[in-house]
Ligand binder design. Structure first.
Ligand code: 3H9
Length: 696
């Protein structure tokens, strides 16, 4: 069946696109549209209406065709025909009109949309820019300020706002086809002109120029070296200074620069990786997730409170339980304070917060969880304490309740073993702050049922997280890899790099925060206490923790005590370099017989990123992660790894596995050989020339 059909309805030529799941503008859709436009040019139709079936208007160019040789007709060929079509053209939008889909709508003379629809140009999230006229038509219709926001941030705009901004012309309610046909008839009756966005004037005021300059600065900082946002601003400037066709040519030139940029390849990889992570290998497709109608959370601390916020915001009632009413009250107060900040920042209205808070009830009585569908434990990171909680849960919760632990390190099997239902026990590892961070590691225990895993993955998505399935090992995927990364950061420090140099090198490379500063933010006592529970073999060699231990022993716990590796400005919390810490590292080096030297930024980045990927390869080989791209999702969504570098496994693949293995061997020769044992999988793939991406 054709993905594009054409029929006449009351003298209107209706072009219907039906290309599930999201009506992406594939080659078949482009060809179908060209045929329909040809037919409509010759028939008796008075006007043309473009509308889609299914859940959304066109969601953009078909990303899976990117990187392959272009097939005619291209999107631009088709849009040229639409833009110069002899009939009045109207787009009828529902769901989300995105990227090339919205650019198609922008080529129509008028646009109407359901009140629930959104429009947007999200190309920047793929390291691209709208390459089919979006950067030239949007500012002509909406002005510079809205164009800058819409295209550089890539977030969709609701229909009402798009109406005010001039990007759409009519909001329709109820049945879209009926409302759109009425609207087209009205336009015909009014003899509405064939208005084209290309003919509208556009220039930059002084205020617009300032807005562009300030966006350049803030985006450089916020996007940590992404190229696409700056190129988008170049295009908007071109829209004001060049005639329309020259502006389009400039847009095309910069789009091509983005398309061949490794940053876009990495971000497109992340787009598919995120969606792939939701799929569970080898699971019987008939296994359906259960409905979760209520959630209990044990532990009203910062973590438990953050988790409660996630569920409450998704409309799922939460019982937040702690040992006594004081702890519960303190937990609820903390949540209220968080929301007060959100209201101040305009993220939520007072009414929304009241509705969310109505979903959270405090309790200090386990019996209140008797009928709860899912209980998540978020108490102190200690096995015995967690086992006590699970014993209590097992005795009060209904037989089919799911029991989850938010542990970062403990064995899910040891926790499940104290219950009578190990098949219903799993790990749901949230990341701090839990109401903000998108990553959710769903940890499968030895006996966890598939249905329980499927339910946790589905409810994770429902509360806006990106769930990734992990197998059981110390630290699961993310924290296990973090140990090698942290070890190399510590070794660079003791070998002669300063905290500011290490953090600066990693942040310039794109990490949201350098590893030393992250330690200060998390609190150095956390790692100290965790090390106390490890065997000497697990702890590793003293060089990798001696400075951290000394700082804790000096009472320097990080930001919370005003100093750790850095001093902190009490007002702004800005990091201030501390010569005494550089001196401490030198002393520790002398004690351990390590000769300090000058270390380049390149060496720091190499050591830290290779250490991550090497451990990642072991995790993959052991089956702890389902696929290499899942590890990339963990790092980009949970650890501030830059999306435009595609995650640690993509990064190592992009540099060439053979090159990476050679570099690790060279590091092993000059540094600690034990730390640079190449993961067998990497060695094997480097030799065979196969890809990590395809390894299962
Ligand atoms: C562009 O347009 C460039 C032009 O400016 C210029 C060209 C010259 N292509 O997200 P979901 C798949 S760049 C191919 O789970 P939701 C997706 O992989 C494009 N496939 O659903 C998934 O497949 P699977 C600009 C696509 O309801 C399935 O559809 N546009 C595309 O949560 C369902 O997706 C964008 O960047 C695509 N464009 O969200 C929009 N989009 O089932 C990207 C989706 O095999 N898309 N798929 O895993 C989205 O933001 C979301 O998919 C959307 C639906 C909001 C539409």
């Amino acid at each position: 069946m054709s993905v594009v059909t054409y029929h006449l309805k009351d003298a209107i030529g209706v072009i219907t696109i039906d290309n599930p799941p999201v009506n992406a503008m594939s080659h078949a859709v482009r060809s179908g549209l060209v045929d329909a436009l040809d037919t409509a040019a010759e028939d008796d139709s008075q006007a043309l209406l473009i509308i889609c079936k299914g859940r959304t208007f066109i969601a953009g160019a078909d990303i899976s065709e990117f990187g392959k040789p272009p097939k005619s007709p291209t999107l631009r060929d088709m849009l040229d025909m639409l833009d110069s079509h002899p009939k009045l053209t109207v787009a009828a939008i529902h769901g989300t009109a995105l990227g090339g889909g919205f650019e198609t709508a922008l080529c129509c003379n008028y646009r109407c949309a359901l009140d629930t629809a959104k429009v947007g140009l999200p190309e920047v999230k793929l390291g691209l820019l709208p390459g089919a006229g979006g950067t030239q038509r949007t500012p002509r219709l909406a002005g510079a300020a809205d164009a800058i926001t819409l295209i550089t941030q890539g977030n969709p705009m609701p229909a009402e706002q798009a109406l005010t901004s001039g990007l759409i012309d009519q909001v329709v309610q109820g049945d879209l086809l009926a409302g759109a046909v009425d609207y087209v008839h009205r336009l015909i009756a009014e003899d509405a002109p064939r208005r084209r966005a290309r003919d509208l004037p556009f220039s930059l005021s002084d205020e617009d120029r300032e807005a562009i300059a300030s966006a350049r600065k803030s985006l450089a900082k916020k996007t940590r070296g992404e190229h696409a946002p700056q190129r988008i601003l170049d295009c908007i400037e071109a829209a004001a200074t060049l005639d329309f066709n020259s502006g389009l040519a400039r847009e095309r030139e910069l789009f091509d620069a983005c398309m061949t940029d490794p940053q876009s390849a990495a971000m497109r990889h992340m787009f598919f990786a995120e969606r792939q992570a939701a799929k569970i290998q080898g699971m019987d497709p008939s296994v359906a997730p259960r409905d979760i109608g209520s959630v209990g959370i044990i532990g009203a601390g910062t973590m438990g409170g953050g988790i409660a916020m996630c569920f409450a915001q998704a409309g799922i009632p939460v019982t937040l339980l702690d040992m006594n009413s004081d702890a519960v009250t303190a937990g609820l107060d903390r949540i209220r304070k968080n929301y007060a900040i959100s209201v101040k920042r305009g993220r939520f209205s007072e009414e929304q917060v009241n509705a969310i808070m109505a979903n959270i009830e405090g309790s200090s009585d386990y019996a209140d969880l008797a009928e709860t569908d899912l209980v998540i434990e978020a108490v102190f990171e200690n096995l015995a304490v967690k086992q006590d909680v699970f014993r209590s849960l097992d005795s009060v919760c209904k037989a089919d309740a799911i029991l989850a632990s938010n542990t970062s390190y403990q064995s899910i099997d040891d926790i499940a073993a104290v219950t009578s239902r190990p098949q219903s026990v799993l790990g749901t590892h949230f990341f701090s702050p839990a109401n903000v961070m998108k990553l959710l590691e769903v940890v499968r225990g030895a006996q966890t049922d598939d249905e329980i895993i499927a339910t946790a993955m589905a409810v994770g998505k429902k509360i806006g997280k990106v769930p990734v399935l992990a197998g059981m090992c110390y630290g699961f995927i993310g924290n296990r890899m973090l140990r090698s990364y942290g070890r190399e950061a510590q070794l660079c420090l003791i070998e002669g790099a300063t905290p500011a140099q290490i953090d600066g090198a990693m942040e310039r490379w794109g990490m949201a925060m350098g590893p030393i500063a992250v330690g200060d933010l998390a609190g150095l006592d956390i790692g100290y206490k965790a090390r106390e529970q490890l065997t000497p073999e697990q702890k590793g060699k003293p060089a990798s923790y001696i400075v951290a231990d000394r700082l804790v022993e000096m009472g320097r716990l990080g930001q919370k005590s005003g100093a750790g590796y850095y001093q902190y400005d009490p007002e702004t919390r800005a990091r201030i370099e501390d010569p005494s810490v550089i001196e401490l590292a030198a002393q520790c080096a002398a004690e351990l017989g390590i000769k300090q030297r000058s270390i380049t930024d390149e060496e720091i980045v190499d050591r830290l990123t290779l250490a991550l990927a090497n451990e990642g390869a072991r995790i993959l080989e052991e089956g702890i992660a389902q696929r290499a791209s899942d590890i990339d999702v963990v790092y980009c969504f949970g650890y501030g790894f830059p999306r435009h570098r595609g995650g640690p496994m993509w990064t190592i693949e992009a540099r060439g596995l053979d090159n990476a293995v050679q570099r690790m061997k060279a590091l092993g020769n000059s540094l600690d050989a034990d730390n640079w044992q190449v993961a067998p999988l990497l060695q094997q793939l480097a030799e065979s020339g196969e890809s990590l991406k395809d390894w299962q």
